[in-house]
Unconditional design. Structure first.
Length: 149
């Protein structure tokens, strides 16, 4: 009886492992390509934050993910992998001095180049909903962000 129980448990575990393995190998999200247009020069890096909630938007330490790439004049592409389907917003900035933050004049006006998904016109702090876009479950996504200096 004990032997049959152990054999049954072993077989159940192997069946579970066989059925669970293919699901684990499937991708868990989509690729999101962010194309930054109008990067002014090659000094420093560009930093791109991906945000999933209005409360985290523009707060880099609360971003879903942050990517950094070398700056280059013109276009810079940044790719986020395995992004789950959902609603997101992006904020990018040209970290010209390499200090890891968007420098501000008078504590509120960007002193370095920046850009937002959907390229909204902003008067005051940008809102998540103005920059929000959807990542679908069935296809990769790409957004273009125009950098403003």
């Amino acid at each position: 009886m004990c032997r049959s129980l152990l054999l049954g448990l072993a077989l159940a575990g192997s069946v579970h492992a066989q059925t669970a393995a293919p699901a684990a190998s499937q991708p868990r999200g989509q690729t999101l390509t962010v194309v930054l247009e109008g990067v002014a020069h090659e000094r420093g890096t560009v930093r791109v934050g991906l945000y999933a909630t209005p409360s985290s938007f523009r707060k880099e330490m609360h971003a879903l993910s942050v990517h950094e790439a070398p700056a280059a004049p013109g276009i810079v592409k940044v790719v986020f992998e395995a992004v789950p389907p959902g609603r997101y917003a992006v904020m990018a900035y040209h970290d010209e001095d390499g200090d890891g933050k968007l420098n501000l004049r008078f504590g509120m006006f960007p002193a370095e180049g920046y850009g937002l998904s959907n390229n909204p016109r902003v008067m005051g702090p940008p809102a998540f909903e103005d920059s929000a876009f959807d990542v679908a479950a069935d296809r990769p996504a790409q957004i273009n962000v125009v950098m403003k200096y």
